[in-house]
Design a protein around this ligand. Structure first.
Ligand SMILES: Nc1nc2c(ncn2[C@@H]2O[C@H](COP(=O)(O)OP(=O)(O)OP(=O)(O)O)[C@@H](O)[C@H]2O)c(=O)[nH]1
Length: 837
């Protein structure tokens, strides 16, 4: 036995006992010195009366107060009554702060602990010297057993100790075994407190003092709860068998989580406050509101942190989930649907006039009393059959939608002014329609004009592969006048005929699927999208996913401005109830499950962000070989633009002659002039790269190319372009030199300076014109007229190194004096880019 244990038995303080022992001739160094059995007996004999006195006091003072003299540790007087239990082996100990007036009933209800039941566990025997129990005294924060049966405890001053007959709560069925498996929450918390204290123990403070503090803390914490006394072995066993669920006190041990669960729903599931979840999410860098869906991985982490097991109930997510939801729709019963028509053609050839003419004459006829409104598309009825026109003329809208994967148009109407003939945009439109694989009907417009010459147009069109039926070909050509509204019926007839040939069908009985034709934010109505239904039928109240948004259809409005309850295949309809503005071409899909819709939208938004970070998946010369190798590219589409027709054709012909064992080369469009937005859209939609020869992209086109990830390669020597394409196909494209535009300035005025030659008084439009540039080029109407070095750069009369956007300066180009007002001077740098393999 050690000194402190003896002190405890005697109800003495160490500091009082040690001198006593020394006086008795027992050599002790500190409170933890071991004592021989003889020494213990001797001490007990000598100091015993006090010990006995304490017992007497305890017995005699049941329910009363102890003498303050016998509580040396703390000055505060504490009631200490020790009651002998009728059956000592079922004794339980109630701890409470000094609350003498607490009702016994309350005390009896308190011990809700799965403590040891009758018989073994709470045996209040003295600990054996070999196994001192002081270290466990925390778990049962009350005096050691001997003091209960004998001496008045003095160690835990603020604690009132009572022994009493077994608690009201019956012992747990199953006896020792069942009881032994559990370690109560209170015990564990008490242990936690002790651990804390151990760490915080200050040097010089005795273990007894610490223990006393622990008891005090535990008692304060547990307030009025009974702790059963357990044997050391029992306790060890309990710790071993305890489960994490009991420690973290979760309301549920396992929950099922389905993707799309909102923060609020998740909080309810795991029994925490939504605000706490929001805070945890913020700590993890996620700003979410109560009603936003949780990322399942993050939800898993938070749940695990709380000791809750989570099962993800739906394994599929995102597009897979959507596919699953939609494919459960069954086989389907396709029915004929109206054709969807887009009008294309050269500027001023009468596209808008034709669309308006058809709308005015046909919509008014077909729809009773409806006020036509522009929603991006409209439907007309011809002899009981419907035709839908996409109301945004031009190949740009068409290609923009195609670039987003929406193949909406069934038939293209190519408007060609009979008095003007085939023009560059006519050819472009032909290429666009061909690239999309959409049949084309020619509307020869302005036939009313005396200068109209339809045969000349037919002839010109035949040079581009469109041979009129009248000439033995298969292209339908109709002569119309949008102005005089003639030939419109015939045109519509031809559209219906072509539609019949195409056998256009869709199942109106499934969940609606469509494409966004137009979307905008409207005051009072919020985000509004015109959706062209492609299959199924959309109803008010349907849940949907569109782009990275999900929602519920609040209202449907037809192109005549009338509220409708539903819209079937090939019918354009305005949808109200979107949470945001989607992009034209986004797929609109109705789904049954609102939560799944949310999850799909969230998944798309995540992927979109990831794609933005990772760059586009579009093909580029740099990674062409890698894509050929992985099999994702079998054909390389090219758009060629050059300064003159001759160069463009020569380049296209040369490219098509390149050996193509690895990949098929296909020039989908070649034309004259700078790279336009339309070129970029076409390239984006067809996964093509753009080869520019002696030209520059328009500013907007550059920005669009950047956004869409379209590779635009510019050359001044045909051979270099060919060599690059060849090398790219073979994976030999060496670290390539890529040009980076540093800035562009517009020449506003031209000066002739005797020493420096011609100087362009310029205004820097964007970036900066800098002497550090690798070179400059002079661009006129998007065509490079000269490429060379910067000769001089001045602001007022000073030579400067750099002039930033928004400032004026004088620019001289080395060996070039033909600068003209309106020219663009572009400064560029050359970066070395490694090939991605
Ligand atoms: N005489 C005659 N003029 C027409 C006809 N169709 C259109 N126009 C005229 O041609 C001009 C151009 O017509 P738009 O409908 O604006 O042509 P567009 O192709 O839509 O033009 P952009 O939208 O600029 O590409 C207008 O002045 C029309 O009045 C027609 O059948 N006959």
């Amino acid at each position: 036995m050690r000194v402190y244990e003896l002190a405890k038995q005697l109800g003495m303080e160490n500091r009082d006992l040690i001198p006593e022992l020394k006086r008795m001739g027992i050599a002790v160094a500190s409170h933890s010195s071991a004592l021989e059995e003889d020494a213990v007996n001797k001490a007990l004999e000598k100091l015993g009366p006090k010990h006995k006195l304490s017992t007497k006091e305890a017995d005699g003072g049941r329910g009363g107060h102890r003498d303050a003299d016998h509580q040396p540790a703390v000055g505060k007087t504490v009631a200490a009554s020790v009651e002998e239990a009728a059956k000592p082996d079922k004794r339980r100990i109630l701890i409470k702060r000094k609350k003498a007036d607490e009702s016994p009933a309350e005390e009896a209800v308190a011990p809700v602990i799965a403590g040891p039941s009758s018989g073994t566990a709470p045996e209040l025997t003295a600990p054996s010297p070999a196994a001192p129990s002081h270290s466990e005294s925390v778990v049962a924060p009350f005096p050691e057993p001997q003091s209960l049966s004998g001496a008045t405890p003095s160690a835990p001053p603020p604690v009132s100790v009572q022994t009493q007959t077994p608690p009201v709560k019956p012992p747990i069925p199953g006896g020792d075994a069942a009881a032994g498996k559990k370690k109560t929450l209170e015990e564990l918390q008490a242990e936690g407190l002790k651990e804390k204290l151990k760490k915080a123990r200050k040097p010089g403070r005795s273990r007894e003092e610490d223990d006393a503090r622990v008891r005090e803390d535990a008692a304060r914490w547990q307030d009025l709860r009974a702790i059963p006394v357990q044997r050391r072995e029992d306790r060890a066993r309990h710790v071993h068998h305890s489960t994490p669920g009991e420690i973290t006190k979760p309301r549920k041990k396992g929950v099922k989580l389905s993707p799309g669960t909102t923060v609020k729903e998740f909080a309810e599931l795991i029994g925490q406050r939504p605000a706490d979840i929001v805070r945890k999410l913020m700590d993890m860098g996620q700003m979410l509101t109560f009603n936003q869906p949780m990322n399942t991985e993050v939800a898993l982490m938070i749940a695990e942190e709380s000791g809750i097991r989570v099962d993800i109930s739906v394994e599929k997510a995102g597009e897979e989930l959507l596919e699953d939801l939609v494919s459960t729709e069954g086989e389907g019963r396709p029915e004929p649907r109206p054709p969807v028509v887009t009008i294309m053609g050269h500027v001023d050839h009468g596209k808008t006039s034709l669309l308006d003419a058809i709308r005015e004459t046909k919509v008014a006829e077909g729809e009773a009393g409806g006020i036509t409104q522009h929603i991006g598309a409209y439907t007309v009825t011809v002899r009981g059959k419907q035709v839908t026109f996409l109301d945004t003329p031009g190949h740009e809208a068409f290609t923009a939608m195609r670039a987003r994967g929406a193949k909406v148009t069934d038939i293209v109407i190519l408007v060609v002014a009979a008095d003007d003939g085939v023009m560059p945009q006519t050819i472009e439109a032909i290429h666009h329609a061909k690239a999309a694989g959409v049949p084309l009907i020619v509307a020869m417009n302005k036939i009313d004009k005396p200068t109209a010459n339809p045969d000349r147009v037919r002839n010109a069109l035949s040079e581009h592969g469109l041979i009129s039926e009248a000439w033995g070909g298969d292209t339908i050509m109709v002569e119309v006048s949008a102005k005089q509204k003639t030939g419109l019926d015939q045109l519509l007839e031809m559209i219906l005929l072509q539609a019949e040939i195409l056998e256009l069908k869709a199942d109106p009985h499934v969940l609606a699927k469509g494409a966004v034709v137009e979307a905008k934010l409207e005051r009072g109505r919020g985000p509004v999208a015109t959706v062209l239904i492609q299959s199924g039928t959309l109803h008010v109240g349907d849940v949907f996913v569109v782009g990275s948004f999900s929602g519920k259809v609040r209202a449907l409005i037809s192109h005549t401005g009338v509220k409708v309850e539903k819209a079937g295949p090939s019918i354009p309809v305005e949808v109200i109830g979107l949470p945001g503005v989607p992009s034209a071409g986004d797929v609109f899909q109705a789904v049954k499950d609102e939560r799944a819709a949310r999850e799909i939208a969230e998944d798309r938004a995540r992927k979109q962000r990831a794609a933005e970070l990772a760059g586009s998946g579009k093909v580029s010369l740099t990674d062409l070989f890698a894509k050929i190798q992985e099999g994702s590219v079998k054909e390389l589409a090219l758009v060629i633009k050059a300064d003159v027709q001759g160069s463009s054709e020569a380049l296209a012909a040369a490219i098509e002659k390149l050996p193509t064992e690895l990949v098929k080369l296909r020039v989908i469009h070649n034309g004259v002039g700078g790279v336009t937005e339309s070129d970029v859209l076409l390239a984006a939609a067809s996964n093509a790269i753009i080869i520019g020869f002696n030209i520059r992209p328009e500013t907007k086109a550059s920005a669009l190319a950047e956004k869409e990830g379209v590779d635009v390669r510019l050359y001044t020597i045909i051979y270099e372009a060919l060599a690059d394409i060849k090398a790219a196909m073979e994976g030999l494209l060496e670290p390539t030199l890529k040009e980076r535009v540093l800035g562009r300035a517009e020449v506003r005025q031209v000066f002739s300076v005797s020493k420096a030659g011609t100087i362009g008084g310029s205004y820097v439009l964007d970036g900066a014109i800098t002497r550090a540039s690798a070179g400059v080029r002079v661009i006129r109407d998007n065509v490079v007229v000269y490429q060379g070095k910067l000769g001089s750069l001045r602001r007022f009369k000073d030579d400067v190194r750099e002039v930033q956007q928004g400032y004026e300066c004088g620019i001289g180009v080395e060996n070039f004096n033909d600068i003209k007002a309106g020219d663009i001077i572009e400064a560029y740098a050359i970066d070395k880019i490694a090939v991605k393999l």
